[in-house]
Design a protein around this ligand. Structure first.
Ligand code: 4NP
Length: 144
């Protein structure tokens, strides 16, 4: 699960997908394309919205997406088209590129719908993000 800062959207996505998937069958992680929040906890508003939905994401720490992630993961879900461009710019070959998916393609295939960045907005933005990611993760789990 990849966003820009790895403190707002992708930590929520990581928490949701982990809660829906058998940890013996899949490794779920998140990262940001930016470096600003390496080592930081998720944004308090992400922690809060996750807690409201019975998810504890307080143990997550920010990290930056790296080329090695193409080797470690089969699927790379990005939150928006800008994240997608940033991740694709690091891809070494077609196999790397094929792993990268806009997460809301799960719900709206080929419509290029972004998970909006809630960083500069209010609390409702985080709830909206939670709901979109919950639906998308449900679809991912059913499909995989
Ligand atoms: P995220 O939101 O990509 O959903 O984690 C952001 C968090 C921080 C910043 C940008 C986006 N930032 O510029 O610090």
């Amino acid at each position: 699960m990849v966003c820009l800062g790895n403190i707002c959207r992708s930590p929520i996505a990581e928490g949701i997908l982990k809660s829906k998937i058998n940890s013996n069958k899949a490794v779920v992680d998140s990262a940001g394309t930016g470096h600003w929040h390496i080592g930081n906890k998720p944004d308090p508003r992400s922690i809060e919205v996750a807690k409201k939905h019975q998810l504890d994401i307080t143990n997550q720490r920010g990290r930056q997406f790296s080329i090695q992630d193409f080797d470690s993961f089969d699927y790379i879900f990005v939150m928006d088209t800008s994240n997608k461009e940033n991740v694709l710019s690091l891809a070494r070959n077609d196999s790397d590129k094929e792993k990268v998916h806009l997460i809301l393609d799960e719900l709206f295939p080929n419509e290029n719908v972004d998970v909006p960045d809630p960083y500069y907005g209010g609390g409702q933005g985080f709830e909206d993000v939670y709901q979109m990611l919950d639906e998308a993760c449900e679809s991912i789990v059913n499909r995989l």
